[in-house]
Design a protein around this ligand. Structure first.
Ligand SMILES: Cc1cc2nc3c(=O)[nH]c(=O)nc-3n(C[C@H](O)[C@H](O)[C@H](O)COP(=O)(O)OP(=O)(O)OC[C@H]3O[C@@H](n4cnc5c(N)ncnc54)[C@H](O)[C@@H]3O)c2cc1C
Length: 474
């Protein structure tokens, strides 16, 4: 079966990969000149990479890890020691660590939390542990129910001291969805905590050994095309055209640089575009359907990714760092963490600037200046004295609408991969799957869409090794 997929991010590519595995012929149509979507990256005039986002892979990403294995590229992940490392803004240059010993979960997590005495008092740790009990005992159904609360509201409900938020969860909320704990749904943090505390290597982190378009998307593309699929860039979907019965007749692709528009026909059609773009392209007759009108409740969150190249090393830490700064979220010295960006003499910090809603429209120079002021506080020893560290160059990448904003109530708006239109399916990390708006979520959504296409359209079973489909939102 020929399947046209609009969107060449991880969800679209994963969908195509699992479709070729099931014997179908996918045609991926990506609007940009590079594959990857939110993991896209480019080279500057010096040949240095800059990326849409600093990306971390977790031990708790079974579908991503399986995909890398199936592509034969699992060695491209550079696993780091099993620790969470946080700056102590009140104690510049000093880090606080949660070190997970290599023993079964949840004991390793308990040892990591109990072993950290810089951030939380014993009383705070005990109250937090007690507050978490319902999530641990009642599992995912409790976690889903908590989508009615923000994380801060949930902490208060569970009598967990406010300071726990300030010390740990502002940083965690910003890392997971680029917003603060007063905005983020409790479901998001509880889901992450459940994975991190219940899986031995759940919170163990890895960096890709180079830029995602080359090191991850390229092998995916080769896998698909070697098996008869097609992958195109610079093919923006302009219109979803319908038959009289409301099913899809064809995709109209916008011609670029004066070329005429082009029609793509297939047996089945998939949107693997972001929810914000899909909402704009929805055909009028589909809009009143509950499945599609619920998408109005989903919207991408703004985020900024910064790259700062320095004339010397600022740190030798080979791991993700939680800045705990009001302007910044997580960051890493990519000259230590990523093989292709390695430099023994100079640091390249990649930093996530979040929440970004008040900054996304500001000039790059202002964003870089504000970031440098924060770095002065975090690394005062490098920026004072006779020879302060010099910023050689910078690159700011703004994404006004990235992953869906995970505020309370959003779970009910997330659609299943199976739409009410017989020949139209959805993939994307915003669609319903249990891994939130993440690379893992994108890969799983693509896999679920491929499974649904095989199942719904042929009525047959697939031999894809994947989880059961979530209840459809038809
Ligand atoms: C700054 C940042 C940091 C992140 N950090 C992490 C992390 O550490 N770990 C993690 O797991 N996840 C992280 N994420 C989230 C992760 O990148 C996303 O969840 C995932 O990549 C989304 O993939 P997707 O395929 O669902 O969507 P997208 O990547 O948005 O893909 C949609 C694709 O559709 C294309 N498209 C749009 N319009 C059209 C059109 N008209 N026609 C054809 N194609 C179109 C787009 O160009 C894009 O390629 C981060 C995201 C950002 C922005």
């Amino acid at each position: 079966m020929r399947v046209a997929i609009a969107g060449g991010g991880l969800a679209g590519l994963s969908c195509a990969k699992y479709l070729v595995d099931a014997g179908h012929t996918p045609v991926v149509l990506e609007s940009q000149d590079v594959l990857g979507g939110l993991v896209a990256a480019w080279r500057d005039q010096d040949g240095d990479w800059y990326e849409t986002g600093l990306h971390i892979f977790f031990g708790a990403y079974p579908n991503m890890l399986q995909l890398l294995k199936e592509l034969g590229i699992e060695d491209r992940l550079q696993w780091k020691e099993h620790s969470l490392i946080m700056n102590q803004p009140e104690n510049p240059g000093v880090y606080s660590r949660f070190d997970f010993p290599d023993i079964p979960a949840p004991i390793n997590g308990m040892v990591a939390i109990l072993g950290n005495n810089d951030m939380l008092t014993w009383e705070e740790k005990i109250k937090f542990g007690l507050g978490l009990l319902p999530a641990m005992v009642r599992g995912q159904s409790y976690v889903e129910d908590m989508d009615q609360y923000t994380w801060t509201e949930w902490l208060r409900k569970q009598n967990i001291p406010e300071r726990v938020n300030e010390e740990v969860f502002i940083a965690m909320a910003k890392a997971l969805n680029f917003i603060g704990p007063d905005e983020i749904s409790a479901t998001i943090l509880l889901t992450a905590l459940n994975r991190f505390l219940q899986e031995r290597y759940g919170s163990k982190m890895a960096f890709l050994d180079g830029a995602p378009p080359e090191r991850l998307c390229q092998p995916l593309m080769e896998y698909i095309t070697e098996r008869g699929g097609e992958v195109y860039v610079r093919k923006p979907l302009k219109q979803i055209r319908l038959n009289d019965d409301g099913t899809v007749r064809e995709f109209l692709i916008r011609g670029l640089d004066g070329a005429p528009d082009e029609v793509v026909t297939a047996d089945v059609y998939v949107s693997a575009m972001s929810v914000d773009v899909l909402k704009v392209l929805l055909p009028e007759p589909w809009k009143p359907l509950d499945y599609f009108s619920k998408l109005d409740g989903l919207e991408g969150v703004p985020v900024i990714n910064l790259h700062l190249w320095f004339d010397r090393k600022l740190t030798d830490i080979d791991q993700l760092l939680f800045s705990r700064s009001p302007l910044l979220s997580v960051y890493a010295d990519m000259s230590n963490t990523c093989r292709e960006y390695a430099n023994p003499d100079r640091s390249m910090l990649e930093l996530i600037f979040a929440p970004a809603k008040d900054w996304i429209d500001k000039p790059d120079a202002e964003i870089v200046a504000a970031t440098m002021t924060e770095l002065n506080k975090l690394f005062p020893n490098h920026f004072t004295g006779d020879q302060p560290a010099k910023l050689l160059k910078s690159k700011v990448v703004k994404t006004p609408r990235s992953v869906y904003t995970a505020t309370p109530g959003r779970q009910a708006c997330r659609p299943s991969q199976v739409s009410p239109i017989a020949n139209f399916f959805l993939a994307g990390s915003y669609t319903m799957q249990k891994y939130l708006g993440s690379m893992e979520g994108a890969v799983l959504s693509g896999k679920l869409a491929a499974q649904a296409i095989s199942h719904e359209t042929t009525g047959g079973e697939t031999d894809l090794q994947i989880e059961k489909l979530p209840a459809t939102a038809r």
